[in-house]
Structures are given as C-alpha cells and as structure tokens.
Design a protein around this ligand. Structure first.
Ligand code: SAM
Length: 392
C-alpha cells in the first residue's frame, strides 16, 4: 500500500502558501493561465521560496532524495580519471553546474590532488543561494587547503575551456507538459496537441488547464509523430541550455549524468503518462501541485533531444552510455580495491553504495552519461567500451 505523504511543518506550509500567492498573482497578471514549464521554474527556483532556492535540506538521508555523489565518495574518485583526460586535452579547469551540497566538488578535488592533477580553478554555477552557502561550508570544512581554487559564478561564463560537469542537472530543468488528445468520435484523425498549464481559482486553488500548443513546443511535439492519446514532457529549457554551450565552449567537454532514455524509449507507447515525478522526504509522488516549493519536481532526460541540441550547436557527441558502463570504464572496481581489508566496515559500506551505482536494477542502467565536446581528439575513457551513441 502506498504510504501517505508526511505532513510538512507549519513553517514549510507557510512558505509554500506565500510561493503559491506569488504564482497566483503572476497567473492573474498573465490573463489567467501559466504554462507548466513556468510553474515548474517558479516552484523550483523562485528566490527564497522555490524548492532549490528555499532553506530546506534536500539531499541525503534527512532530505528528499539521495544522489550518487552523496552515496559514496568513490563516485567522484572514479570521475576523476575522466576529468584528468579531458583537462589534459583542453585546460586544467572544471566548471560544475548545480553542485548540490558541494560533496562532488570536494571529493573530486581531493582525488585530483592525490593524482597530482589539480585544476587551476574549480568553478561552480549554482542558481540557489542556500545551496551556494552550503557548498562553501562543505569546501571550508573538508578541503580548506583547496578553497582558494574554488569560485562561484552567478551565470554561465562568456567562454570556457576545460571540463563542464553536471550530475542530475538536466532533470531539474523546467519541462513543458504536452497532451496529445484524440477525438473519440474520430479516432482515425491525428490527435490535437495541447500544452498543459495551470489556472487559479480562489475556491479550488491551482487547477490544470490545457491550451493549444504553439511555436517551438508545437514544432517539437509534431516531430514526435505520436498518434494516440498521450501525455509527456518536452524539455525546451535543457535544449536551450545545451545550445548555449555551443557558443561558450572553446575547447573541452561537457559530462552530464542523469536518468533518462533515448527518444524511442522515452516516448514509448506504454509510457503514456510521461515521466514527471515529485520527491518529498524519500516519497515519490506524481502531483506537482501538492505544496509547491516543498518538493522536488523532475522529469527524465530525453538523451536523443539532448544529443540533437548539442549537434545543432556544433558540439561533438563524444560518448553516451549507461552509468554502470561508464564507471567500469573509468576504473571503479580498481578504486574499490584500494581498501586493503575487505571485511572492514568502511569497505562494506562503500561496496554497498557502489553496488547501487552500478546495479542494473538500481542506478546502473537508468542513469546515463553523455559527453559533448569541442577540440577533443582522443576517445574518452568513460566510453571506450559499450558506447551507445548509435542508440540515440
Ligand atoms: C537534483 S540537484 C543535483 C545536485 C548535485 N549535482 C548532486 O548530484 O547531488 C539539481 C541541481 O541542479 C541545479 N540547476 C538546475 N538548473 C540549473 C541551471 N540552469 N544552472 C545551474 N544549476 C542548475 C539546481 O539548483 C540543483 O543544485
């Protein structure tokens, strides 16, 4: 039986009510309707009130979900091998996007120090002021001697050479909700394509309301050639973000790790209600209108669309594979072997976490790694075996 969601505290409810009031004002100002993508953007990123911009603890056991770098430092230590290769072919600097608690930054820097390959600069681009403060604290506590190399950015740089890293960032970018509505009286006709959005009524609060899809969204939805009743997401923000990198990256690679599928699987006929998901205190649920601002809202990544956006931006797609294969290629088993005593508690803890990262039933298959690059001629270590670019 599905467990009921835990009741948020009075303070949390008050913050959510304030966020909803501001969203409702924007809906009223816009004539009574807001696209879901804008609702998601505000629910996640409205300064001070959005899920990522508010004060609550998001990652780890006390938060809403656990990400790979939070599970074990060995994730970052393994990525270091790939980071070295990319930096050697471009520039000795890393830009991490959406750095969460800062633990990936710290563990990656410590491992690169052990490998005698410290980047000159480790830049972090973080939208959330609260997370930026937490990252600064993590660096100060766990790698104070490296703190002078770490700098926080307020926006994307004008140009960059080196490694760009993002773990679970694309899935946190706003998506549009699209509905293919079939005319029951005429099932042979092509479905009408609608964009789902939100209206507000004083008595009922937020309610779902759809309008005919237009512009770039309609174009992207038509290209999917869906011919039945269907609901799914289209991530125009992620595509636009990748296009920006076509302008910014002078030499180097973007390494993006996230859960998702290639397009044929993403829009599989059986996945007819999409991939949108919310997380609150380790409970997954499907209602983004439940206490907006208090839960994470996320959608799986369409890696084919990501590859197309990179390609159109004149970036090379350097590799695409599942997380397990990528970590094996980068030597995760050797890193685990560094523990001399296989009966030691620390070894057993890390081996358990690594098991989750690579198991096909946990994160090993659902999570993928994609790399985009410019001016990189060597095959990337993480994709030497089991590259799946052909499946995109
Ligand atoms: C699910 S969390 C992942 C955090 C961390 N990378 C980890 O693995 O623990 C998503 C992160 O992406 C950030 N984010 C989303 N869109 C972003 C953007 N356009 N630029 C920078 N950060 C972004 C959020 O602020 C948040 O820190």
């Amino acid at each position: 039986m599905k467990q009921p969601l835990p009741e948020p505290s009075a303070d949390a409810r008050e913050a959510s009510i304030e966020l909803c009031r501001q969203i409702a004002d924007e809906i009223a100002g816009a004539g009574g309707w807001m696209a879901f993508s804008r609702f998601m953007e505000l629910a996640l990123y409205m300064p001070g009130l959005g899920y990522y911009s508010g004060g609550a603890r998001k990652f780890g056991a006390a938060g809403d979900f656990v990400t790979a770098p939070e599970m074990t430092p060995l994730f970052a230590h393994t990525l270091a091998a790939q980071a070295v290769q990319i930096m050697a072919q471009s520039a000795a600097q890393i830009l991490e996007v959406g750095a969460g608690s800062g633990v990936l930054a710290v563990e990656l820097l410590l491992e690169l120090e052990r490998r005698n390959y410290l980047p000159e600069r480790y830049l972090i681009l973080e939208l959330s002021g609260e997370l930026r403060a937490r990252q600064q604290e993590t660096v100060a506590l766990r790698a104070a001697h490296l703190a002078s190399r770490v700098t926080w950015l307020d926006r994307l740089p004008d140009d960059f050479a080196g490694l760009v890293l993002g773990n679970e960032v694309l899935d946190a970018m706003p998506v549009s909700l699209v509905e293919w509505q079939q005319d029951e009286a005429n099932p042979a006709a092509s479905p009408v394509i609608l964009e789902r959005g939100i209206s507000f009524a004083e008595r009922d609060g937020f309610i779902w309301a759809s309008r005919p899809a237009r512009g770039a969204l309609l174009h992207a939805a038509q290209a999917l050639a869906i011919e039945k009743q269907y609901v799914s997401e289209i991530g125009l923000a992620a595509r636009a973000w990748l296009s920006e990198w076509g302008r910014i990256l002078s030499r180097g690679a973007l390494l993006l790790i996230d859960y998702g599928f290639p397009q044929a699987e993403y829009y599989h006929p059986q996945r007819s209600s999409g991939t949108l998901m919310c997380h609150y205190r380790h409970h997954a649920h499907g209602d983004p209108l439940w206490w907006p601002g208090l839960n994470d809202i996320t959608a799986h990544v369409n890696f084919t669309a990501a590859a197309e956006a990179g390609f159109e931006a004149d970036l090379d797609v350097l590799g695409y594979t599942c997380q397990a294969q990528f970590l094996f290629n980068c030597g995760i088993t050797k890193i685990l072997d560094r523990f001399p005593d296989k009966t030691d508690k620390a070894y057993l803890r890390e081996a358990g976490a690594v098991g989750k990262l690579i198991s096909p039933n946990e994160m090993g298959e659902l999570f993928k790694v994609i790399a985009f690059g410019r001016g990189i001629s060597d095959s990337l270590l993480g994709f030497v075996s089991g590259d799946r670019c052909h499946a995109l």
